[in-house]
Design a protein. Structure first.
Length: 98
C-alpha cells in the first residue's frame, strides 16, 4: 500500500508519460490484463487511457486493472489511470520511504 507521499512522487514521475494502453468499447479482458502486467514489469509506471466509446466506469476500470495485475492504483485523472507495480527484474524507480 502506497502512502500519500509515495503517490505524489509517482504522480510527478508519470506526468510526462504518454498512455500506452487504451480501453475502448471492447472493455477490459484477460488478454489486456496480461499485457498490462507485462508492461508494468518492464516499465513499473504506466498510464492507461479510457476512450469515450467505452462502457467501463473509470473508477471501476482502475480498481479492476489494479486487482488483476497486482499493481497499485496511483491516480485517476479524467479518463486516465496511472498504475505502479515494482518490477522483479527491471527495477528503475526508487520510491521514497514512508
Amino acid at each position: 500500500m502506497l502512502t500519500n507521499k509515495q503517490k505524489r512522487f509517482l504522480q510527478k514521475k508519470a506526468h510526462h508519460l504518454k498512455p500506452i494502453f487504451q480501453i475502448g468499447k471492447s472493455g477490459i479482458h484477460d488478454k489486456m490484463i496480461g499485457e498490462i502486467d507485462s508492461a508494468l514489469e518492464a516499465r513499473e509506471l504506466i498510464k492507461i487511457n479510457l476512450l469515450q466509446n467505452t462502457l467501463e466506469d473509470v473508477n471501476d476500470a482502475g480498481l479492476q486493472l489494479a486487482e488483476g495485475t497486482g499493481a497499485e492504483l496511483v491516480q485517476i485523472i479524467g479518463g486516465t489511470i496511472i498504475l505502479y507495480k515494482e518490477s522483479k527484474e527491471n527495477k528503475q524507480i526508487e520510491i521514497p520511504k514512508a
